[in-house]
Design a protein around this ligand. Structure first.
Ligand code: PAF
Length: 282
């Protein structure tokens, strides 16, 4: 396996192996890899001659120092998991310095308002941090295609907007959410849950599935009230938000329109761990 810790080494290697026509697929991650990540890599392997995976816990996208400190770091395990897919995948696992060169300030991005909704409202600076690191990673890897999971649906829309606004020569692909057998969306953060909390967290997807059927007959406001009420019955959970939003603008749905696609978005704490999930509603 090739595991690069320096961008200069990765770039030199890519220069050596890529031909003019070779497509480069890129899967940016923060490690603690699960089946969801591996599915992105499989997609990249199918469609590109070269696949690069980055493993980097990006400090500028954390607005909470404890969350950053507790974020799981499992590089050896991650490399072993990637190896089960292909020994050809190039792994870039840099230090903070290799990426930020001594300046860990985020750049400021205008995502046409996508950044003010949901995660952006609850995690100030988060999407500037994501934009900063993804832009830097794209400049290093110069991918043809880049793959992101739909679990972070708002992030996916924001990256698409950044690429469009900055005219970056890369195609962004969203891939479906992977779930544990009990329905819990796969996430690196699940590793921090106790076995009991992980089981209880199955309720999140159960409630989301109910919102889908309720949304057929009820208003968005009624469905939101339903979710808020359900979580009041489960004292282990602290609901941060549940919103129904237009997939394209991420603006909350006030009145349903037949021409729009809506999603339910949730952020909820259990065991002091913040979990997010979403579901397509129509
Ligand atoms: O989704 C993630 O894991 C991160 O936000 C990303 C895209 C790798 C940027 O650090």
């Amino acid at each position: 396996m090739f595991v690069f810790t320096k961008k200069s080494d990765l770039k030199a290697h890519l220069d050596q192996i890529k031909t003019a026509k070779a497509k480069i697929g890129f899967v940016p991650t923060m490690g603690a890899l699960h089946q969801g990540h591996l599915s992105l890599m499989k997609e990249s392997l199918k469609n590109n001659a070269i696949t690069v995976v980055s493993i980097f816990v990006n400090p500028t996208q954390f607005n909470n120092a404890e969350d950053l400190e507790k974020y799981p770091r499992t590089l050896d395990n991650d490399v072993a998991k990637i190896e089960t897919l292909s020994k050809e995948i190039l792994i870039y696992a840099p230090s903070v310095d290799d990426i930020y060169e001594g300046n860990t300030n985020s750049a400021s991005f205008d995502y046409d308002g996508l950044e003010f909704q949901m995660e952006g409202a609850h995690r100030p600076g988060h999407f500037d941090g994501v934009g900063t690191v993804v832009k830097k990673l794209f400049e290093i890897v110069q991918p043809t295609n880049a793959y992101f999971g739909e679990k972070d649906f708002q992030q996916l829309q924001i990256i698409k907007k950044m690429v469009q606004k900055h005219k970056m020569p890369v195609s962004i692909h969203g891939c479906p959410i992977h779930r544990e057998p009990n329905g819990l969306a796969m996430s690196s953060r699940n590793e921090r849950l106790s076995a009991e909390a992980r089981e209880k967290a199955a309720i999140i997807y159960k409630i989301l599935k109910n919102t889908k059927s309720k949304f057929e007959k009820h208003s968005a406001q009624e469905v939101v009230a339903y979710v808020e009420n359900e979580f009041k019955k489960h004292a282990d959970f602290q609901l941060e938000y549940f919103e129904i939003a237009d997939e394209a603008t991420l603006l909350p749905c006030k009145r349903k329109s037949k021409t729009k696609h809506y999603r339910g978005f949730i952020a909820v704490f259990i065991n002091n761990v913040r979990l997010i999930d979403n579901i397509s509603l129509n």
